[in-house]
Each structure stands twice: as structure tokens, then as C-alpha cells.
Design a protein around this ligand. Structure first.
Ligand SMILES: [Zn+2]
Ligand SMILES: [Zn+2]
Length: 330
């Protein structure tokens, strides 16, 4: 009898929690929608251009070999002419020092002093270098002292460097902004996610001479539809490439708790039983196809193998694998 009471109590608590979360989701979605509606910007011109662009994944879910660390997180080294940008700093789920990011940098011959600026896509655990970092709104390249110099960090929301890398200076980007010749933030796009709550994310746009805009995305919580819409409102150049996370943990995910696909629940602005589904993936592929990009590369850190396969089928030889250690030259 007591067990029955306990069970009934548990069910009541779960139902109450769900009801509360759904109410928050409804008002949060309305708030994000209203804010997005007010985000109307002039063209970001002249943005200028770069001649050369390459992207070297330092952290992602797949790698070129066993000697490199992988995790469901993101860190990309972007070289645009003579500027080197570190986009996000990985997950470091086991709180290690040196972190998987630092170990991969060593293996790939990347030095901290090579980095000229940093770009934080959004304030989630798998991009800030740890769970503690997410809670404290900080970022860490590792869980021990790292000699990161006093370089600029472009972030869409309030974040500070942690005690391990205290020198970088954060600039909060609240609207689209050219950060250097040929390189821009498309500005934050808000979304209210179930469990994760209000999330601001921005993506990096690089204008490659004679080709067009290459969009480099962290988790893609903004939705690729809105990223493309924003980019088209800011630039006259065509969209040449879309590279990075677009958050399609469909028919599988990278963070599973038993049968629960956590990424599908926490990264959606829909109730958990609706999640992110096959139709969402196919719809987004159609939206991307309309822009006729010449390079499409989907990060597997927040997308399933099923989604990666759909992208490969849809874009054929324009699809590039995204793997730690494999430099993508644009
Ligand atoms: Zn992510
Ligand atoms: Zn995220």
C-alpha cells in the first residue's frame, strides 16, 4: 500500500514538473518570437572579403584517427587569411587537464599563441568546456592553467573567462557585427528550449572572395532556416557554405540516458514527446538546397548518423565530412 502512495506521489511530482515546464515553454517561445520580430537589421556592408579560408575541427564527435580525442562538443580552428579564430572550446565532460581540446591541439601542432581571437557560439556545456562552466557562465580550454593571451572573445551573451584562462576580453555581440575584414557575427538569434531555457546563439560568417558567405555554426539552436534568413538579410553575396552543428538528434543521439535521447529533448522548443523528427531534417535540407551552397558539412556532435546520412544523400559531392583532424579548405 505504501508503495502505491509513493508511486502516486512520484507521478504527481512528474506531472507538476511537466506542467510547469510547458507553461514556461509557452511564455518563453512567445518572448523569443517577439524579440526575433524586432531584430531587423541593415545590410552589413561592406563586410570585405578574405582570399583563403580553412576550418580544422579540434573537437567534434568523429575524428580521422584513434590518436585524436572525440566528444559530443565543438571546437573549430578557423583560418581566414592571416587571422586565426578559435570557435568554441569543446565539452571536456570528464573535467580533465589537459583537456581533449588541448591534447588534440598538441597532436595537430596548434599552439595557443597561434589564436588571434575567439568566438563563442552560445553558452552550452558542450561549447564552453564543461558543466561547471555552463552553470557559472564561463569558458575553459582545460581544467588547469592555460596561457591564453589577452585576445578578444565574441560571445552572444554574458560569459567570462574562467580562472584557468583569465586573460581573454569578452565582447558581447548584441547585433550583427563585422569583427574583422571579411568576417562577421550574424548576431544572436533567440530561442527558448525545453529544459535549457532561453538561448542566444550566433554564427560566424566569412565572405570568401569570388565564392560567397561561409556560415560556421555551433549547435544550430537558432534553426538553419533562421540562420539563412538572417544571413540573406545582411549580405548581398550568395551563401557558399554551411558548416557545423544544426542539432538533428533524430533516430539516435550522442547523449543518451537509457532510452532517453537527451539532445532531442533539451535542444528543442517543442514538448518532449514532439522532439525533433525526421520531417524537420528533410524540411531543413530543402531550405538549404534553395540556396544552392557548394559546401555543406554537418557536425555529428548534435546530429545522429541517420541525419548525417540524409545530408550526404541530399548534397552528394558538395557534402564534406566533418572530423577532428581533417582540415576543410574552402
Ligand atoms: Zn552543441
Ligand atoms: Zn547547444
Amino acid at each position: 500500500m505504501i508503495i502505491l502512495y509513493i508511486l502516486a506521489g512520484l507521478v504527481a511530482v512528474i506531472l507538476l514538473f511537466l506542467a510547469l515546464k510547458l507553461a514556461q515553454l509557452k511564455s518563453g517561445r512567445e518572448r523569443a518570437g517577439k524579440e526575433l520580430g524586432k531584430m531587423v537589421y541593415d545590410k552589413l556592408s561592406p563586410i570585405g572579403s578574405v582570399k583563403n579560408l580553412s576550418i580544422l575541427p579540434l573537437i567534434d564527435f568523429y575524428s580521422t584517427g584513434d590518436d585524436l580525442k572525440t566528444e559530443p562538443g565543438v571546437s573549430y580552428l578557423i583560418k581566414a587569411d592571416d587571422t586565426t579564430i578559435l570557435l568554441d572550446v569543446g565539452y571536456n565532460a570528464k573535467k580533465e587537464h589537459p583537456s581533449p581540446l588541448i591534447l588534440n591541439m598538441e597532436k595537430l601542432g596548434v599552439k595557443i599563441e597561434d589564436i588571434d581571437m575567439m568566438f563563442i557560439s552560445h553558452l552550452h556545456v558542450d561549447h564552453l568546456g564543461g558543466m561547471k562552466e555552463q552553470k557559472k557562465k564561463q569558458f575553459s580550454l582545460s581544467q588547469g592553467p592555460m596561457p591564453v593571451p589577452e585576445l578578444p572573445v565574441y560571445a552572444p551573451d554574458n560569459v567570462t573567462p574562467s580562472e584557468w584562462n583569465p586573460k581573454p576580453r569578452v565582447e558581447i555581440v548584441s547585433e550583427p557585427k563585422v569583427i574583422k575584414k571579411g568576417m562577421a557575427s550574424i548576431g544572436p538569434i533567440p530561442r527558448f528550449l525545453f529544459l535549457m531555457g532561453y538561448t542566444l546563439e550566433h554564427s560566424l560568417a566569412v565572405n570568401v572572395e569570388g565564392k560567397g558567405i561561409v556560415l560556421i555554426v555551433g549547435c544550430g539552436h537558432q534553426t538553419v532556416e533562421r540562420i539563412i534568413e538572417r544571413a540573406k538579410s545582411l549580405f548581398d553575396e550568395p551563401i557558399y557554405g554551411i558548416i557545423g552543428g544544426l542539432h538533428f538528434p533524430v533516430n539516435g543521439g550522442r547523449i543518451m540516458v537509457g532510452p532517453l535521447n537527451l539532445q532531442a529533448i533539451v535542444g528543442s522548443d517543442k514538448p518532449p514527446w514532439r522532439g525533433i523528427n525526421e520531417q524537420d531534417v528533410m524540411d531543413s535540407i530543402e531550405v538549404i538546397k534553395q540556396e544552392n551552397p557548394q559546401i555543406v558539412s554537418l557536425s555529428a556532435h548534435d546530429s545522429s548518423d541517420w541525419s548525417v546520412t540524409r545530408f550526404k544523400e541530399a548534397f552528394g559531392d558538395r557534402y564534406r565530412d566533418l572530423k577532428v583532424g581533417e582540415e576543410m579548405v574552402i
